[in-house]
Design a protein around this ligand. Sequence first.
Ligand SMILES: Cc1ncc(COP(=O)(O)O)c(C=O)c1O
Length: 398
Amino acid sequence: MNPDLASLQPYPFEKLAKLKHGITPPNQLEHIALSVGEPKHPTPQIITDALLKHLHTLGQYPTTKGLDELRQSIAAWLSQRFDINPNALDPNTHILPVSGTREALFSFAQCVVQRSDEAIVAMPNPFYQIYEGATLLAGAKPFFINCDQENNYLPDYDKVSTKTWKNCQLLYICNPGNPSGANHTEAQLRQLIELAHRYDFIIAADECYSEIYTTEHNKPLGLLEVSQNMGNTDFSRCVVFHSLSKRSNAPGLRSGFIAGDAKVLKSYFNYRTYHGCTMPTPTQHASIAAWGHEEHVNENRILYAQKFKDVLSIIDDSLDVKAPDAGFYLWAKTPISDIDFAQQLFEKQHITVLPGQFLARNTNDGNPGLNHIRMALVAPVGECLDAAYRIKQFIQTL
Ligand SMILES: Cc1ncc(COP(=O)(O)O)c(C=O)c1O
């Protein structure tokens, strides 16, 4: 067996199942799961129609590069959404389809990291656990950059030492962040691109929540547009990851793409021909329909914004929490330890939330997930409101 497997941590949901084990919740109350970030709004019919219409293509092997029309529709979407010069984005060299961003975020590290004892992959803390697993299996060490409240829950890049940047080969950023929903500023993204050039590392920007923003004012910036704006017009050292899972309520479609630095993508394409995660042709057609349609994305965004407004109006005087810039999570401070809070909330109100420390690691500066919980507002509005009232009631008993 690969010895690096032993360094993988249990997934947060495994830890959560253990935490709830043996507890009998009040069964007269319907269970509400705010723990899992799986979109629950319906998948738009234009996507399912396109999928069904192309089932006859299952007789052919799809290619690693995917259909030209798919990469063209992605290029058109990217340039329109992020105001990128369409001539600067070549669908043949700057874009690759992936089977959801999870596998891409993982396999990307296997491709770009040169294993050594010094090799570092930097990432936010708390974080999406795939970044850490990808790093360990690629033979590098994760370096966690804490996202504390004092820094608006964004990674504090100024605290990273020169030595760490020198050994850094890959930096994962999550923009907007999971769990905090905080957006990086243009100045921060510029700083990172400058650092990437100075110390020769690649930035992998996980932008899979970029389309769920609460107001136009909070529309997240993309790494590629900032790269273009600062004159890095070939997107050198910049790669973005996008997905239809959250944008289009299609997590089961397993469709996303990666875009950016053509030199990096050429090697990653080579890697993927062996990796073998090609996108089934019906999925590619469904994806073309999805990337070309913004109405459902606008409607989706309105539904989430309303849920944030309604839920916060119930709980914001009981919990230290504010509306995120983007994404569909609330990242709240807890009046007692996050573990106790999650356990007792399940026991008394039959609601599952994710303790923050399950999403974060201990560092010399502490564990930034401690005394926080993540709540995904994915359920229908009625269920989210019910949860909010029950959480408020629970807090009053503490
Ligand atoms: C931060 C983040 N990145 C990536 C993903 C993976 O999404 P998908 O593989 O569905 O594109 C998730 C899923 O929850 C996520 O939270």
